[in-house]
Design a protein around this ligand. Structure first.
Ligand code: FES
Ligand code: FES
Length: 953
């Protein structure tokens, strides 16, 4: 019998799982994904939507890939199931693992199991599939990080190898690559668990005795609400431990990014400002909280008119969302230099336009999740494991919400399945903390996809008016911009957007006369926050479109006008900053000039025949300051050596998929002079790693890279001093013996003979048990030598006119888009992108390329597809992000104009990767059709209407 009733609503089911006969008791209609994860411990199968949209749950069931979230468990009776934990049919999954690692095909890794299973299914069934077949096979699995291209490369390599009878496989975890010097294409140091399905993301583990948390959210964008007898509901609901309201928050019922702007309630105290705002928290058994519908709760709502959109919020008489912002303007940014009015009046050519962008969802494949554990009887302290980009910020928020000292909070980041800025703000953390504190039990939560999209931050919609002026040769003489950003119901990163855009708003060009004014405006929408670029991608659409306008009016080639105006070393920015070095924009433009000429020739040849498919080519340039805007932005790192020879890299920089753990280890190894394989890595744990700041603003390679270089250099200095060796000495670590080879001389230090350091202090320790010192001793051993390093980029405050040094360095890039427009349908197919990026120094070119691929994919979505509407597109079925079939080919030129301030010359690339993509695509559509578009996304109906001269919606 392969399927039989087992009582209590369960069935006993037999199947073959990863080649092993397996029996499980499970509810027959529970999804196969649920049964695999919760009853069989196969958490390598991920869940991103539970609706068949994301493919993260893809497994092979009876020789076909399926979405395990859509398959009732009963259907798996007698089935043969392969998940990522197995080696796959004919061992093909094992081979794919190796290829994924080598190609850098896994970034955050949350989609990787689904990708591996979809690819395994293809290769097991089809001999020597071509690229189209690979794209078709992977078409149901979404990836938000990689842009798919390295995944395709990896799958094709394995497919071709299988076709040729090559039988290589990894056979198991791989040690750290020997190819790990600066500039080497070293595989990710954290890559193996991602391809093996053993990486633990936030939903993958929690204490067995955890209660579950479910948040009840507002169905209205603006409303007051009144609560009835909640205690009666709790008493009447078996398994329900508590219904929490704002009154249960022990400390401050508020969180937010900036001191003085903690404006978002943990639980709304009687009124809500956006649809999806947290109102109540149900804590209990999973069955209890899932069975209790919102409708069964005694909440009465009194909706009020919502302020939707910037115009409504700024209209005279609009009611203020927050009492201390009477005009609904959260923050203003300003930059002024020269005399813009005179420049505009005296211009040989000028251009002007109004541009609009919309809410964009981060759409990381991992919905927010985590758990909290109260420590001590009081409780005395708390530990939170969750996906995050900013563990130390989470720590401070949690401590304030609980009303306890920061030393009593420990944040342990889980693997993070994508962030892109969306996991900089706290989400699950404050409510987990409150629920665990109140119930004195471990508590866990996993957001649904809808909940994640409805309640977490978005990219700011922008309404931008800009004017640009140039002389007869196309040299920019003046630029003016007024930009308003819809920051939604709460402040989040609104001030950052308002302050960053003025610095960047004129683009990476020399302009003597500039005036830029920005506002972040409160509305009754989902809060807008940080999303890869902090407003700069929206501004880039405006300045690049105006540059194309000026080129047309001055009868200049679009490449030429950019080259002519490009910032160079020695120039001053509109902020008055002297750029002394590492301004590689002209090199970027020169790198892609042959591609530009060739693409224009292709377009001319195709369009001469007046086809239905019109080909177009667009070009855009960008710049982006690495790190915070004129604010302190330090990072600290620590490397320790213990008596037993344990070398530990205490790295507080969370790797959200971009590869910082690998890059920073490469820097640490090169600076210390020991191989990467010698290091143990501790990442992000606030009890064990110093504060490296948040993973955002393209800062970790640049800022934390400098900190780790200093830490490693300090440790090396101590070792060399102990050995009385010269600066070029070579180090060897064998067990507890540290060898120092200095020319002909060779010395050794027996680490076990050194006295332990007396003052051991890393990050914050959690009281309640174990102590910080005990945690450190366990994790690091008995430390006898250590190196610490901190670095804060040299910036200065901006004055009232935005003058000063906002950033220590900037990334520069130029991107080219080549596409076809079907003028009868209004559809756009991007065929190719060419991306030239000045990254200072590519510490790991594979990872840099991965960032550029992923940035281009998100830029493509911004340009053509993505539009978040609260209440309407809170799922991955209605909210479309690029799939593997939407990706163009991408050719990359890495320009290395070394930044002397950067570690080994490196700068950041995370956000620069995206910024030029959308304007390049808009320029290409215009080239193909003659239609100048000023609103994104360019959905087919909008382009069709523009092409046909009809009123746009
Ligand atoms: S979780 Fe199954 S398709 Fe998304
Ligand atoms: S690596 Fe694909 S979603 Fe992150």
């Amino acid at each position: 019998m392969r399927l039989e009733p087992a009582g209590a609503g369960l069935i006993r089911l037999s199947c073959t799982l990863n080649g092993v006969p397996t029996t499980v008791l499970a509810p027959p209609f529970a999804s196969l994904a649920e049964t695999l994860r919760e009853r069989l411990g196969a958490t390598g199968t991920k869940v991103g939507c539970e609706a068949g949209d994301c493919g993260a749950c893809t497994v092979i069931l009876n020789e076909r890939q399926v979405c395990a979230c859509l398959i009732p468990t009963a259907r798996a009776a007698e089935a043969c199931i392969w998940t990522v934990e197995g080696d796959g049919p004919a061992g093909v999954t094992a081979r794919l693992r190796t290829a994924f690692l080598e190609h850098g095909a896994a970034q955050c890794g949350i989609c990787t199991p689904g990708m591996l299973m979809a690819a395994s299914d293809l290769i097991a069934r089809e001999a020597d599939p071509n690229r189209a077949a690979v794209e078709a096979a992977l078409g149901g699995v979404l990836c938000r990080c990689t842009g798919y291209l390295k995944i395709i490369e990896a799958v094709l390599e394995v497919a071709q190898g299988v076709a040729q009878g090559v039988m290589e496989s990894s056979g198991g975890p791989r040690g750290r690559s020997a190819r790990a010097g600066i500039g080497e294409r070293s595989p990710r140091v954290d890559g193996w668990p991602k391809v093996a399905g053993s990486d633990l993301f936030a939903a993958d583990a929690a204490p067995a005795d955890s209660l579950w948390l479910r948040i009840v959210r507002a169905p209205h964008a603006s409303a007051r609400f009144y609560l009835g007898d909640l205690e009666a509901v709790r008493r009447a609901t078996p398994g329900l431990a508590a219904i929490l309201t704002h009154k249960d928050v022990p400390g401050e019922n508020a969180f937010g990014i900036f001191a003085g702007l903690k404006d978002q309630p943990v639980l709304a105290p009687g009124s809500v400002r956006f649809r999806g705002e947290a109102v109540l928290a149900l804590v209990g058994t999973r069955a209890a909280i899932e069975a209790l519908s919102d409708a069964a709760l005694p909440i009465s709502w009194q909706p009020s008119p919502a302020l939707q959109g910037i115009a409504a919020a700024l209209a005279p008489g609009a009611p203020p969302l927050h009492a201390n912002f009477a005009d609904n303007v959260l923050a203003r940014g300003h930059l002024a230099c020269g005399d813009v009015e005179q420049a505009l009046q005296g211009a040989a050519v000028s251009a002007e336009g109004t541009f609009a962008t919309t809410f964009v969802e981060h759409a990381y494949i991992e919905p927010e999740a985590g758990y909290a554990i109260p420590l001590g009887a009081g409780p005395d302290a708390i530990e939170i494991a969750a996906c995050t980009q900013a563990p130390y910020m989470d720590l401070e928020e949690t401590a304030r919400v609980l009303g306890i000292e920061p030393q009593r909070v420990r944040i342990r980041p889980t693997a993070c399945g994508g962030g892109f800025g969306g996991k900089l703000d706290v989400s699950v953390q404050p409510l987990l903390a409150v629920a665990a504190w109140v119930t004195k039990r471990p508590v866990r939560i996993v957001y649904t996809r809808t909940e994640s999209m409805a309640s977490t931050t978005k990219r700011h919609p922008a309404l931008i008016h800009a004017e640009a002026a140039a002389d007869a040769e196309g040299r920019l003489t003046g630029f003016r911009m007024r930009a308003d950003f819809d920051t939604g119901a709460y402040a989040s990163w609104g001030p950052t957007v308002a302050n960053r855009v003025p610095v960047h708003g004129m683009g990476p060009y020399r302009v003597a006369n500039v005036e830029i004014a920005t506002r972040a405006v409160f509305t009754n929408a989902t809060p807008a926050g940080a999303f890869r670029g902090f407003g700069v991608p929206q501004a880039a659409i405006a300045h690049e479109t105006l540059l194309d306008d000026l080129a047309e009016k001055a009868s200049l080639d679009r490449w030429t006008i950019r080259y002519r105006n490009a910032l160079q070393a020695g120039d001053r920015t509109a902020s008055g900053q002297h750029l002394a070095h590492s301004v590689g924009l002209r090199q970027c433009l020169c790198a892609l000039k042959p591609d530009w000429d060739a693409a224009l020739a292709r377009a001319a040849a195709q369009n001469a025949a007046q086809p239905r498919l019109r080909r177009g080519v667009g070009l855009a340039a960008m710049w982006y300051g690495c790190g915070n805007t004129s604010l302190p932005n330090p990072s600290s790192m620590r490397i320790t050596l213990a008596r037993d020879g344990r070398l530990t890299f205490c790295n507080g920089a969370v790797d959200i998929g971009q590869g910082s753990s690998t890059v920073l280890l490469q820097i640490a190894a090169a600076s210390l002079g020991l191989p990467p394989a010698a290091f143990h890595m501790l990442v992000g744990d606030t009890a064990l790693t110093p504060d490296a700041g948040k993973t955002s603003a393209s800062r970790q390679t640049f800022v934390s890279g400098n900190a780790v270089r200093r830490a490693a250099t300090a440790l090396r200095g101590k070792i060399l001093a102990l050995a009385n060796a010269g600066p070029d000495a070579r180090l060897e670590l064998v067990g507890s013996r540290l060898g120092i080879v200095d020319g002909e001389a060779s010395r050794s230090i027996e680490l076990s003979a050194l006295p332990p350091l007396t003052a051991i202090a890393g990050g914050h320790g959690a009281a309640g048990a174990p102590t910080a010192a005990a945690l450190e001793a366990e994790a690091l051993g008995e430390v006898v030598l250590e190196g610490r390093g901190s670095w804060d980029p040299p910036t200065t405050p901006l004055d009232a006119n935005g003058q000063g040094i906002p950033y220590a360095t900037y990334g520069f890039a130029a991107q080219l888009a080549e596409l076809e427009v079907d003028i009868s349908l209004g559809t756009v197919k991007v065929l190719a992108m060419v991306a030239a990026h000045d990254v200072g120094r590519a510490i790991n070119p594979t990872l840099v390329e991965g960032q550029i691929h992923g940035g281009i994919a998100q830029g493509l979505g911004l340009a053509l597809m993505e539009e978040f509407a609260p209440g309407r597109s809170e799922n991955l079925h209605d909210y479309l992000i690029p799939t593997v079939g939407d990706m163009p080919s991408v050719k990359i030129y890495l320009v290395e104009d070394e930044e002397p301030e950067g570690p080994f010359g490196a700068k950041g690339v995370g956000e620069p990767a995206l910024i030029a993509t959308a304007p390049a695509i808009l320029g290409a559509i215009r080239h193909a059709t003659g239609v100048r578009l000023a609103r994104v996304p360019v959905l087919p109906h909008r382009l069709w209407q523009a092409l046909n001269g009809e009123k746009r919606p």
